[in-house]
Design a protein around this ligand. Structure first.
Ligand code: SF4
Length: 471
């Protein structure tokens, strides 16, 4: 192994660069004098659009890396042979996130109130973040070259928003922009799934009452089950807010409609268990809560492959249960408030009920109204800072615990940019993220010592994609 470094004259500016966030001490990049904040220009003379392409170039063994100090406008290049150059990047997509080519009737971005984090308004639909992070993509913006790349580089698994396999209904629901679609063929979901037959696919159907559920749902499940490379389907109810301006009217699911979805899912699961040895289709937690039906067992989620899509999150949260050795009393009285969305509050209240017997512990589960998105929005993940600030009085508890789902992935940032620190200051109490499961939550309630739970997911997969978008 060897490394050589030399200065090069400034050449033509590339259309995009990758910002280097870290240089490993003692690495070839470090020895070449590269610093954090510099930019990667090319590898082996090629522009590098994303981290996947970067890794692919490194696999060639002998690699020439061109970098630049953006302050000094000085370019430098060094070569590595079968060695990690020691570079980390601030993002994984270097040439800009691919944006969607659709105008779905049910798009959450179109029903977002003003004043949320900037990144929440980005309508990204990038197959690379789908492969890297499991975010769902529609495939309608792909080019022939993209499809070839997915297949050649085996970017598997991918996560695909199918919604329905009925082509005309899919078009009617998703309304793609002709000018934004680069290749008309990409809008045909059955053709696209056939082109991607070597790629494992996790799929989702966002269900709209009376549109793509009922017989349409059953037919789509039939079709998807006939595709060997489709591993699973998640059924998720449409998310609605009160900020739907100039958008088609969509009603939320009623209990009876949710029950019909669950009946179809359950009977298809029974069939698939015999045919595939897997349930194949899974309904999101919201459907069980809307239908007031019991959640499936943990085992029935088969390893929770689509947890981030709200499929099995509650069962996963409850799975470990409360610690067996609950104390009879606390050394010092304490008021603890658990604030969550209206949908989850009854489940949480029941789960923590045994703690109410502990002497000295005053425990309240409060179902907050979503004043930011409107009362039609009932999930905890869409509560914003202002919802906590307007429905909790300063000093009314000693400790306020919030759901990790309300926060941006890996941060303590709420949807409107409010932070844990802001809440602590305004509400004059200790405020923490309660824990990713019931056992952790109980520990936090009892000891006050928080295991620091920065969320690993939140606001469905949007939160994960957001890691690529700065606010
Ligand atoms: S693909 Fe996603 S971001 Fe694009 S319009 Fe549809 S729901 Fe909105």
């Amino acid at each position: 192994m060897f490394m050589k470094s030399r200065f090069a004259a400034a050449t033509n500016d590339p259309p995009f660069v990758a910002t280097i966030s870290q240089v490993s001490p003692g690495s070839p990049a470090d020895k070449a004098g590269v610093k954090a904040g510099w930019e990667l220009l090319r590898v082996n003379g090629e522009l590098i659009p994303d981290i996947l392409a970067y890794r692919r170039e490194l696999e060639r063994g002998v690699v020439k890396i061109e970098v630049r100090d953006p302050q000094q406008k000085e370019e430098r290049q060094f070569t590595v042979e079968w060695e990690d150059p020691g570079l980390e990047f601030s993002e994984v997509i270097f040439d800009g996130l691919r944006l969607c080519a659709n105008k779905c009737d049910f798009c959450y971005v179109h029903q977002m109130p003003k004043g949320m984090r900037k990144s929440l308004y980005v309508m990204d639909d990038d197959f690379r973040t789908s492969f890297l992070y499991g975010s769902f993509v529609t495939l309608t913006n792909l080019t022939e070259a993209d499809i070839e790349r997915i297949v050649d580089e085996n970017l598997s698994p991918l996560y695909v928003s199918v919604h329905t396999a009925n082509e005309s209904l899919r078009h009617e629901m998703m309304k793609w922009w002709r000018l934004k679609v680069k290749d008309e063929k990409a809008t045909k979901i059955r053709d696209m799934l056939a082109r991607l037959k070597s790629i494992d696919l996790y799929t989702q159907m966002v269900l709209l009452p009376g549109r793509n559920d009922g017989e349409h749902l059953s037919e789509t499940l039939d079709y998807l089950a006939s595709q060997e490379h489709v591993l699973a389907v998640a059924c998720v109810p449409v998310g609605l807010t009160e900020h739907r301006v100039n958008l088609p009217e969509i009603q939320p699911y009623t209990q009876e409609q949710a029950r019909d979805v669950l009946r179809r899912v359950s009977s298809f699961q029974q069939r698939m268990l015999k045919e595939r040895g897997s349930r194949f289709v899974f309904a999101s937690d919201e459907f069980y809560l809307l239908a007031a039906e019991p959640l499936p067992t943990a085992e029935a989620y088969e390893g929770f492959p689509m947890l981030e899509n709200g499929v099995g999150m509650i069962r996963d949260f409850l799975a470990e249960g409360l610690p067996a050795d609950l104390p009879l009393s606390l050394p010092k009285p304490k008021r603890v408030l658990l604030a969550t969305g209206k949908l989850f509050a009854p489940v949480l209240k029941q789960a923590v009920a045994p703690l109410e017997q502990i002497e000295g512990l005053e425990l309240e589960v409060r179902a907050l109204k979503n004043r930011t998105f409107g009362e039609v929005t009932t999930v905890a993940g869409l509560l914003a800072g202002r919802d906590f600030l307007t429905q909790i009085k300063p000093g009314e508890a000693d400790l306020l615990l919030l759901s990790p789902n309300s926060f941006k992935y890996g941060t303590d940032l709420l949807l409107d940019g409010c932070t844990l620190g802001d809440l602590r200051r305004e509400l004059k109490m200790s405020v923490e993220i309660g824990g990713t499961n019931l056992a952790e939550l109980a520990q936090t309630i009892l000891t006050g010592a928080t295991v620091h739970h920065l969320p690993q997911f939140g606001y469905s997969t949007q939160a994960i994609k957001e890691t690529q978008i700065s606010d």
